[in-house]
Design a protein around this ligand. Structure first.
Ligand SMILES: [Fe+2]
Ligand SMILES: [Fe+2]
Length: 473
């Protein structure tokens, strides 16, 4: 496994062609590339961040200039969020409808669209681990390791989200997203490789990210109501809490570093800039207001048409074209659906059983039974029935994820762990062990088996007290 921190020749070509990185997805892929060294990523992150902070506007963050009052400010914000959530609950008690996800399909679309950010959860703190021997970084590193579940598959936020996407078969939708959905993820990964002088950016970013937002409370509530496992979101309500959770630790880090800052004014300037980096890219609330299940349903049909265009009966025609002809061009699918509506094959805003098309795909004796998986059928069903007839996710897809056993290691995983174990055993001092492990807890690696194993070892070395109750293998 290549985790060297030295540049190779193939990397210098990447370095020299910085302009080739045209979009945010490319940037995410760059930072997540296992073959590119930490040194090269750090160099690029420095450019990325210095460009970015020249463009940000910090108006409205002046309260961060007075560290003594920041705790009070957050407390007030927290109470305000809780009051807004109470008002939301009150509306719901009065029989008003869901405000984020009218149907399961809306929720699925949301889960897919926030995936690029969720799959790098915690990454912005990685650079703090590089300077683990500075006591003032302790809180930041602790948050990072907790985002990584201290190396336990079921507790690692990234594997948790991967499990969610797998369980609801949303991966293909998450992979087809427009590059704009990667903007915030690219910022977080640039922070993961921030050079030491940009640590205040990380601290400021973290300060904003770890506060409890209203959208998280409502998302958690509505997912549970739709019988979609809200575990990932629920965890963020519990561990990001203001009392002793991430929100509290992030505040502590901001205050500790302020006391130590050589140039407090410059420190606070970067804190504010880091804080506003939270607002870059599409926010969860923006994604929620733009949900469009009609588009999602269209995507389901377009994806299926890629195969469907070859296998339909040539005799069956709709408006002068065979089904194969209709399906041969993705641009025609929307029109094809219109024809299906006109001909009465699909009856919108009525129970799906009234649609002939639904029977074909849902009835075990139907001609197209098994063509659409459970997730696709859910999206089609919600599109046909509309929000008024929306129901909870049916029991066919267990409401709870099977958070069962830790995964079984394959041969390559075992080998990698074995090799790392041997190298670790050869290190005499704890410092050496820690330095050896750090590259394995990088954003692209910590959720792989060897990364999870390394995270467990690193957590034990850095936080022996907090991890003593855990068992290690
Ligand atoms: Fe997280
Ligand atoms: Fe967190």
């Amino acid at each position: 496994m290549f985790v060297s921190t030295k540049s190779s020749s193939s990397e210098s070509s990447i370095k020299n062609h910085n302009h080739q990185f045209k979009n945010f997805k490319d940037w995410v892929n760059f930072f997540q590339d296992q073959q590119i060294s930490t040194a090269v990523k750090t160099e690029q992150a420095e450019h990325y961040l210095s460009d970015l902070i020249q463009q940000v506007d910090v108006v409205g963050t002046e309260w961060l200039d007075q560290p003594a009052y920041v705790e009070q400010y957050f407390l007030e914000q927290h109470h305000q969020t809780c009051a807004l959530f109470q008002a939301y609950l009150e509306r719901r008690k009065q029989q008003q409808g869901r405000e984020y996800f009218p149907t399961v399909a809306h929720a699925f679309e949301f889960l897919a669209k926030v995936a690029p950010v969720k799959l790098v959860d915690g990454s912005w703190l990685y650079s703090s681990v590089q300077n683990w021997n500075r006591p003032e970084n302790k809180d930041l590193i602790y948050i990072y390791l907790e985002e990584l579940g201290m190396g336990h598959t079921r507790a690692n936020h990234v594997t948790m989200y991967q499990e969610l996407l797998n369980h609801y078969e949303l991966n293909s939708y998450a992979e087809q997203l427009d590059v704009s959905y990667y903007e915030q993820a690219a910022v977080q990964l640039a922070l993961a490789y921030a050079p030491p002088e940009y640590l205040p950016l990380v601290i400021g970013f973290n300060l904003g990210y770890e506060q409890l937002p209203l959208h998280l409370l409502i998302t958690n509530y509505e997912l549970a109501e739709l019988a979609i496992d809200p575990h990932y979101f629920n965890v963020h309500i519990t561990i990001d809490n203001a009392h002793n959770g991430h929100a509290h630790k992030s505040l502590q880090a901001y205050l500790d570093h302020y006391t130590l800052a050589e140039d407090p004014a410059q420190y606070l300037d970067l804190i504010k800039k880091g804080y506003v980096l939270n607002d870059i890219g599409k926010s969860s609330t923006e994604i929620i207001t733009q949900l469009n299940p009609e588009q999602l349903a269209l995507k389901v049909f377009q994806n299926k048409a890629l195969i469907g265009q070859y296998i339909h009966n040539q005799k069956c025609q709709f408006s002068g074209k065979t089904i194969n002809e209709w399906l041969s061009d993705p641009a025609q699918i929307a029109d094809f659906l219109k024809v299906m509506l006109e001909k009465g094959w699909i009856v919108k805003d009525a129970a799906v059983e009234q649609s002939r098309f639904w029977k074909i795909i849902d009835d075990p004796d139907g001609k197209m039974f098994g063509v659409f998986n459970a997730t696709e059928k859910q999206i089609i069903k919600d599109w046909i029935q509309g929000a008024t007839l929306a129901a909870r996710l049916s029991t066919r897809s267990k409401s709870q994820l099977n958070h069962q056993t830790e995964s079984v290691l394959n041969h390559i995983d075992q080998q990698q762990i074995h090799q790392l174990k041997n190298r670790l055993n050869r290190c005499a001092a704890a410092e050496q062990k820690i330095d050896l492990l750090i590259p394995y807890v990088a954003p692209h690696m910590h959720h792989q088996e060897v990364g999870l194993w390394a995270t467990r070892q690193l957590s034990q070395l850095l936080f022996p007290f907090q991890t003593q109750a855990m068992t290690y293998s």
